[in-house]
Design a protein around this ligand. Structure first.
Ligand code: PMV
Length: 329
């Protein structure tokens, strides 16, 4: 039996614009997906998913990778998560030269699904690592990140940047620009607070919406370019440990994301609640449309204010996780 875990992540700066070649900065957080894998004697896959929604459930799945799952999956989000597991297993089997290996998997996660905290990347990365090791191959980080990206890219119809899968693999803070991915080593411990509205946005739809706006209006394209400028200033502020400037730039980034139509009433309400509680800055994280915001706050103020904000289902402090994917057994 082999167990691996991988962290979720949030975007400090640059989501959506990264799809058009602008840089983005992501940051792994101390909420993880954990995948347990055990080799079977036959060629079947059986996946048991726990904590992916509020109710645990079991998915019985037989057949090779890429087969459709037609079982009692309770929500489209969990169904999507199973698609990621399927793709990740296929990658691990290919890497191990064992295309017909049967596996039992248990997937557990502390990361809300589809809410901008890269739950899917964490599940993919942990699955590839655990399944490959169970099949006798220890994959280097670059290969795990690359294979995980291929899975996400495939499932999301090409609408994925490398940020989530790279960040979940290597941990810490990362900078991504096109295919160039690097870890940012000198990152301060930022006082991050996450607010979660209990919902999720449709990444494909949101990305398509931004693409259409960019094609229709030059000023929308300029807005996407301006997000890139904010990211570059953000990188400088991170290098200088200038937490106040990081907060101001997060506010600016949120405004620009709002302008290209990816915020929502509940995300805006949480952003404003955090700001009014004197957070240094706040923005949505990920695709938007619903899900999570991230605020920068050294005091308990933002977290408390978020707890009393209508539409906010959960608020928690998120530590930077400097570990990426790791063996748990
Ligand atoms: O909501 P998430 O974590 O899937 O983030 C999507 C962010 C985008 O920039 C819109 C796409 C991407 O893969 O970076």
């Amino acid at each position: 039996m082999t167990v691996s875990s991988a962290p979720g992540k949030l975007y400090l700066f640059g989501e959506h614009a990264v799809v058009y070649g602008e840089p983005a900065v992501g940051c792994a957080i101390d909420r993880r997906a954990r995948v347990t894998v055990e080799r079977r004697d036959d060629d079947r896959l059986q996946v048991e998913a726990r904590d992916l929604t509020l109710d645990g459930f079991t998915v019985e799945y037989s057949g090779g990778a890429n087969d459709q799952l037609d079982v009692n999956v309770p929500t489209p989000l969990v169904e999507a998560a199973m698609g990621y597991v399927d793709g990740a297993v296929e990658q691990a089997r290919e890497a191990a030269g064992a295309p017909d290996a049967g596996l039992d998997l248990i997937v557990e996660s502390e990361i809300p699904l589809g809410a901008g905290l890269s739950s899917s990347a964490a599940v993919i990365v942990a699955t590839i690592d655990a399944a490959a090791r169970e099949l006798g191959v220890d994959l280097p980080a670059e290969e795990i990140a690359d294979r995980a990206y291929r899975v996400e890219h495939g499932v999301q119809d090409g609408q994925a940047s490398r940020t989530d899968t790279f960040c979940s693999t290597v941990g810490g803070a990362v900078r991504v620009e096109g295919d160039d991915c690097e870890r940012i080593d000198d990152i301060p411990d930022l006082p991050l607070v996450v607010g979660y509205d209990g919902g999720a946005g449709d990444t494909g739809e949101l990305v398509a919406g931004v693409r259409a706006l960019r094609e229709e209006y030059d000023f929308a394209a300029d807005t996407v370019g301006a997000i890139g400028d904010v990211v570059r200033r953000g990188e400088r502020a991170l290098a200088e440990d200038d937490v106040e400037e990081i907060g101001r730039l997060m506010d600016f980034n949120h405004g620009l994301l709002s302008a290209i139509g990816v915020s929502s009433r509940s995300l805006d309400a949480m952003v404003w609640a955090a700001r009014e509680a004197d957070a240094l800055g706040a923005k949505l994280t990920g695709a938007g449309g619903g899900g999570c915001i991230v605020a920068l706050d050294e005091t308990p103020g933002a977290q408390t204010a978020l707890r009393y904000t209508p539409g906010c289902e959960d608020a928690f402090r998120a530590g930077l996780d400097r570990d990426g994917v790791r063996a748990e057994g």
